[in-house]
Write a protein that binds this ligand. Sequence first.
Ligand code: UDP
Ligand code: MG
Length: 339
Amino acid sequence: MTINNGRVIAFPGAEAQPFGLTIVVPAYNEAEALPHTHQKLLAFARSLKEKRGLAVEILYVDDGSRDGTLAVANALAADGADVQVLSFSRNFGKEAALLAGLDNARYGAVIFMDADGQHPTSIAETLVSRWLDDGYDVAFTYKAHRRDEPKLRTLFVNAFYGLVNSGVRHKIPADAGDFRLLSPRAAAALRQLPERGRFFKGLSSWVGFRQIGVPYEPDPRLQGEAKWSFLGLLAFSIEGLTSFSIVPLRMASLFGAVLATFAFLYGLVIVIETLVFGHNVPGYPSLFVGMMFIGGVQLLMIGVLGEYIGKILSEMKGRPVYLVGEQSLKRASEQPASE
Ligand code: UDP
Ligand code: MG
């Protein structure tokens, strides 16, 4: 099968799925927003079908919601696009929901979009055009600005990307979101990665191919509140950091080396002072401060080590990333206008 402007897809596994697009929508307690989002997605799907002859499937992944999201999703009409609904046995998190979407997509290309209506379909259309017209494999979006977000959060985000990207070859674009399109071969490549700790922004940058960023302004949330807490974001950042970078470990070694050198030089000074000048070296307070400092740094670095060991443990256990409770598929109702 040839796609992408006639370029033949060479990546193994990419041809397993028919030509088309699956829109993956993770949903956690989005019962109220879902019908509205669905209408927008259906209109988008129909226009893709009309303009480009692209078959579209909308895949909702109910991430263990407790507000009837599943019932609402099951009742959505397949008006011009296939609608697939997957539900998890409990809340596994957005990354797990995205992976489930990727695994269960029935078409080659995949777009990730939020259920809360914050991702405009006009931008999704640009993503499709980057793929079909310009031949890109990963078209990701990034926030045009962070004016409306708390300063502290922006600071935190910048620090995070600075750390993750320091000294690595595959830089993760700062400010990139999960809202992105993967071409069939990029999606196939991502599917084949074995790790359980998933950090999609990082992984989809890591797979390479041709990548492009598209700036966008997120629409306001339709209802409810964003589900991230500060602690949640912190955990997510540590997850991302430890899956993509060993810089924290290097920093520990470097810091240790600097401290040891300093201690050695200072030791020399003390020896010389005592032997040559006969000074009795005073200094319980400085000794105490020094001990506290070293103790603190050691504990911190053991914590850093622990993060990586914990990561190895959870990869070793080999548990699935998610458990599916229910899965259903509604085929697009045939429209007289479209074939
Ligand atoms: N989400 C999910 N599982 C979770 C938390 C969130 O599937 O545990 C979904 C949520 O329903 C939404 C998307 O992930 O579709 C983004 O969540 P949210 O709007 O809370 O975050 P933000 O827009 O701030 O990134
Ligand atoms: Mg949102």
